[in-house]
Structures are given as C-alpha cells and as structure tokens.
Ligand binder design. Structure first.
Ligand SMILES: [Zn+2]
Length: 313
C-alpha cells in the first residue's frame, strides 16, 4: 500500500527502505510551517524528481505521527515526482503525557484503522508498521507502542520496521516482546543496524529470522566505509537476501536560526549529506562494486529484497 494507493510488490522497483520526506513534530507542519523553510512542498517534489531520474522508484517514508506525518503532502509529492512512497503507522520515540496509561489494544485499534481505512480524515493508508526504542531501552510507554504494533501486525499481516539501538543490543529485548506477542519474525526488519560493526550481534538478529536495515548513510559515529565493510561481510556470510541498505535521509526539516539571526538555506542534516537520497548510488554502490560484489547481488539488495519483504514470499 503506497500513499497513492495499492501497487503490486513487483512494481516497487529500486527501493530505499528507510527514508523521510519530512521530519518535524506532530502538527508542526500545519501550525508553524515557516519553521520548515521556504516552499517545502516544491522542494520535496524537486528532490524526489531528481531521485526518480537517478533510478529510485520507491521509498519507505518512516515518518510516524510523532515525527510529524503529513499524509496528504506525501501523496501530492509522490504523484508529482513519480516516486512510490510507502508510509508507516506506529510510533517513534516521542512520549507525550497521554502515553502513560493508554492501553495496548487501544493503540493497536488506531494503527489498524490507519492501515485499513486511512490516516484520520484522509484516504491515505499505511503500508508498514514501525516501533522504536533507543539508548534508554524499551521504556514502559515505548513497550506499549511495541506491543500495539505487534498486535496490529498479527491482525493485518503488515511487516514491521524497528528503530533500534545496536550499541545497546536493544533488539534482544524488542525481539523478545515480539515473540511474546506471536509476531512472525520473518516479517520484522531491525533498523539502524549499521550503527554497529558487531557482526556477532547482527548475525544473532538474522538467525532469529529478522531482516536488517543497514539504513544509515553516511551516518555518524561509524564511518561510511565501515558501514559498507559490514554490509559486504554480511553478504559474504550468506545473509544478502535479508539486508536493506538505505540512508535515513531527511528532505524537509527544521531550519535552525544562526547566531547572527539569519536562516540558512539548508537544514543541518542536508549539510551533513549533500548527496541526499543519491548518496547510495554515488558512493556506496560503486564501493560495493570495487569490493567485488556482483551487480546482480547489489540489485537484489534494492529490488528483490524490498519486494520479498513486503510480499512475504
Ligand atoms: Zn528514520
């Protein structure tokens, strides 16, 4: 299910499995649009058209409600650019007051409505589920959301992407929760897994049946070359059919005022990755080729794996 309607998984084409058109906060885009910089919709369309021209057919947009999801903006940007966008329901890391006390089944019902009927007030439907935890561990409110996402998965069959924290080996706890909830672990992708170089831990996740999102490029703390070395090592170990490289790139984000009071033309994330969604094609794929990875294997990472992840085949 894309933001403009259902497509066959075979029509996804070259797919980046963890990206963002817009990241802000719930309601911010409609209430304080000036914070996102000038002409955000036109900039998003231009950026995605450039991506489409470079061969990127589809992206998973991992922006949940708490990251400021704007479903109709995504639908317009997708239609104007020709890039298929699959949007998530579920929850990222923000914990507003209501989450202390809200019930698992209550939230599962809301997520199922996003999947089956559409995000409230729109006809745009979710195509994937997401939950998250980070360095603080799976706190009580985030466990509520993880279990609600798990129950929505069991009810609808949609796959799950998981914001994780590999430095703390957090997937061990997240997978245990999924097992208690009866989740099919072959429909789960543990994201941000290339924020570590710990192959023993990453193999443990893969051996549970899960997929790995190697979805931070160029990223921080771990160098891009180390990330690609990890990707190559996992391919060599025989796991190439369950790896999904992506950027976790953000097109539209808050433009922070400078000390002199002026506003920069680009937000901080764009300054760190001027190649945006094209970093993979410009830097990672050539490096994989130079390491001796076959073109068919590389194509598998971006075409066959996304198709199989969504179809469940
Ligand atoms: Zn992300």
């Amino acid at each position: 299910m894309t933001v403009t309607g259902p497509i066959d998984a075979t029509d996804l084409g070259f797919t980046l499995m963890h990206e963002h058109v817009l990241i802000s906060a719930s309601g911010l885009y409609s209430s304080y649009p000036a914070l996102i910089g000038p002409d955000p919709e036109a900039r998003a369309i231009a950026t995605l058209r450039q991506a489409k021209a470079a061969g990127i057919d589809s992206m998973v947009d991992a922006t949940t409600f708490d990251l400021g999801r704007e479903p109709e903006l995504l639908a317009r940007v997708s239609a104007a650019s020709g890039v298929h966008l699959v949007n998530v329901t579920g929850w990222w890391l923000d914990v507003p007051r209501f989450m202390w006390g809200v019930g698992v089944n209550q939230m599962a019902r809301e997520f199922i409505r996003d999947i089956e009927q559409g995000f409230n007030g729109t006809a745009v439907r979710a195509g994937i589920l997401k939950c998250a935890a980070d360095f603080e561990g799976v706190t009580a409110p985030l466990e509520t959301m993880a279990r609600a996402v798990a129950r929505a998965h069991v009810a609808t069959g949609l796959p799950i992407m998981v914001h994780s924290y590999p430095t703390g080996q957090l997937a061990r706890r997240q997978i245990a929760i999924f097992q208690e909830e009866g989740v099919d672990l072959t429909r789960v992708k543990i994201d941000h897994s290339n924020d570590t170089t710990d192959l023993e831990y990453l193999q443990w996740i893969l051996d549970q049946g899960c997929w790995l999102g190697l979805d931070r490029y160029p990223g921080r703390l771990v160098s891009p070359t180390q990330r690609t070395n990890t990707l190559k090592a996992l391919i060599d170990l025989g796991y190439g059919e369950r790896l999904c490289p992506s950027h976790d790139c953000i097109c539209l984000h808050i433009h922070n005022e400078r000390a002199d009071g002026t506003l920069p033309a680009h937000h901080d994330f764009a300054l760190r990755n001027p190649d945006g969604y094209l970093y993979m094609e410009r830097h990672v794929i050539p490096q994989l080729e130079s390491m001796g990875v076959a073109l068919a294997t590389i194509r598998g990472l971006f075409v066959d794996n996304p198709r199989r992840f969504f179809s469940g085949d």
